[in-house]
Write a protein that binds this ligand. Sequence first.
Ligand SMILES: [Zn+2]
Length: 469
Amino acid sequence: MRRQRPNKVTVGRLFHFRGVCAAATALEILIFPCALLHADPVTVFTGARLIDGTGQPPIENGTLVIDGDRIVAAGKIDPAPFAAKSGARLVQCGGETIMPSLISDHSHLGVVKGDNISAANFTPENIQAALEQYEGYGVTAVLSLGMNKDSLYTLRDQQRAGQFAGADIFTADRGLGAVSAAPPQAIGPDQVDRPATPEEARKMVREMAARHPDMIKCWVDDLFGKAPKMPPEIYGAIIDEAHKNGLRVAAHIFYLEDTKALLRDGLDVVAHSVRDKPVDQEFLDLMKARHAAYIATLDLDESQFSYAGHPQWMESAAFRAAASPALLGKWLSPEYAWRMGKNPMTPLNRKALAQGLQNIKSVHDAGILVGFGTDSGAMPTRLPGWAEQRELQLMVEAGLTPMDAIVCATRNAAQVLGDGKNRGTLEPGKRADFLLLAANPLDDIGNTTRLVAIYHGGKRIEPAFHFSP
Ligand SMILES: [Zn+2]
């Protein structure tokens, strides 16, 4: 059911030349279905339910006006003056919903290809394919939170110059892990720095800062007791040096006490759920005092075991389009179910998910900034695009309202990304990054998979799958 995409390299070039080369535009019209072409100067979407990402109640029969890659007006406004402008296009939205597109604050690029993890997967082609998959699921910006080769900066530059399609790249550089420990992925030595001393950690952070990352990442975890943890003097040095260089730090964590210690040292972003025990008042107070953000990555914990149980959503077109036939065959096999049933990690992962679900509710209720991320792309089980769709559903299962979950995945996620002024809500001046949905996600959060179209920088993108009617 996957849509046909035109040649990826060609798309990048045509986008690059659009507006400056009439011949390219004419060629484009010959080659592409019209759905892919719209970057018209002014487009007026009217008759839509607007969920603007700020948490305000939805606006029924609202209007959204975009000019090129920007939003110029949104709300209960008269579309006529905008539609009257020369060259303006009017789109009648018969009751469809428009909401900001999703933003992942915790994903990884170039780590996984199909069912394997390898340093060899960090190629422009593999990264491009993942970015297009994210975009086709409604995720228009992705923070690759560590394990990146330095070549990602080149791709980020090329993308900003219009030469590379898909979700917008943000990067946390290589990240800083523990020696012979987390992160455990089989990646290259040029994809993660593993400082042995605080001095070495400071030097590595300074080298990263010189490459201009969007965040610094560190790993503080013993992987269920199987590996040594990064010592406090090293993460203390990382946080201090990052702050001296004007950069925020996100930490992979599992345990409550580690997270509190990191927060006391000035941590900015908690990049996973606290999963060993319920968060307590001291934790909530530290988060508030630091103005720290929390990313739950619930799909990470669920996907460690859930496929073996063949839940109903594995039948959906949205899930099927994200999983390769080989992976799907493996997950649906009786052998996989048998193996997962015997795996001593399965009960631990189930418990971790249950604790994560409880904790995101406590953190959100306390008024702490909750962003959005899944750890998609770090393991073959964490499917780009689908993981983010499923994360919204899990946040609602945790007790957040659909509106809360949407605000986390849009406005809050943009803020965590450090780009809140530029994206995340349907407000004048912001990027024209939004979803056109056939049904209201406030009635059922699963309706965010009912994608009619994705608009990314004002350009219409076809969904990666056709939802079932
Ligand atoms: Zn991660």
